[in-house]
Design a protein around this ligand. Structure first.
Ligand SMILES: [Zn+2]
Length: 257
């Protein structure tokens, strides 16, 4: 075999080897580059399949609850309030209240429920006039809605648990109509919402005693015990079908608003 022929064969083998290597690793390269980023462009991880014990997050306020500070206004899930408005505000969330509402005077300081990176400032997830999303490394993201002004943070910035990140506002923007914080816990992809009561360490049974609105849960009389407690509520897939289009609802459907 001539030297030329040998070097040709050698180059051919190296080329085939490189091609095979590329073909074998391409799916993984692709997954790392594209499949693991959310729409905001940040790396994501999957949250655990069950809520961790103890719950990983803390309340979004440094102050204790009370009539002058904050109170739990509406829990997560199949609330009567979300049911009545299932064709408007809550349609995208399968007819459920996909977060927690905390009544609080405008300007109440809100703190990060866990450490993470700022993912979105006034992003596309509604809950106006201003909102903020933080991606946490355990696979969850927290969304703070109805904020008073644009949060003074930039996407990519890290925040610590307990750091003041925003001021609470009003969903109608008046500070008299409905001043409250809407808090959601989603996955890092921001398209699935979880019951924050299972993920935030707090005395929820006591907090639920003194709420101001929407405390009851809508009942399906064909399955009357389903989704009737603070902790027994389904996850929400944004854009999925309504979960509470009941044949025999209680309280009765008043035609919707
Ligand atoms: Zn809300």
């Amino acid at each position: 075999m001539s030297i030329n022929k040998r070097s040709f064969l050698l180059r051919l083998m190296i080329s085939i080897g490189l091609l095979l290597l590329l073909l074998l690793t391409a799916p993984y390269l692709n997954a790392q580059d594209n499949g693991r980023l959310n729409h905001a462009g940040f790396l994501v991880v999957d949250p655990p399949s069950e809520p961790p014990n103890p719950p990983p997050f803390s309340l979004p306020f440094a102050s204790p609850p009370g009539p002058d500070t904050w109170l739990l206004g509406q829990p997560y899930g199949n609330t009567t309030g979300a049911y009545r408005q299932r064709y408007i505000f809550y349609q995208a969330g399968q007819g459920l209240h996909f977060g927690l509402d905390f009544s609080a005077p405008c300007g109440t300081e809100i703190i990060a429920i866990g450490a993470g990176i700022v993912s979105e400032v006034d992003g596309p997830h509604g809950s106006g006039p201003h909102n903020l999303v933080i991606d946490h490394p355990n696979g969850y993201s927290s969304l703070y809605g109805h904020l008073l002004n644009r949060a003074n943070l930039t996407p990519g910035q890290t925040v610590e648990q307990g750091q003041v990140i925003a001021l609470s506002g009003d969903s109608f923007g008046t500070c008299r109509s409905a001043p409250h914080l809407h808090l959601e816990i989603r996955n890092n992809y921001h398209h699935r919402a979880y019951n924050p009561i299972l993920l935030i360490q707090a005395d929820w049974d006591s907090l639920a005693l003194v709420g101001s609105f929407g405390r009851g849960f809508e009942r399906d009389l064909t399955d009357p015990r389903r989704w009737q407690s603070l902790t027994d509520q389904p996850d929400v897939i944004f854009g999925g079908p309504l979960l509470n289009e009941y044949e025999q609802p209680w309280p009765p459907d008043e035609g919707g608003r």
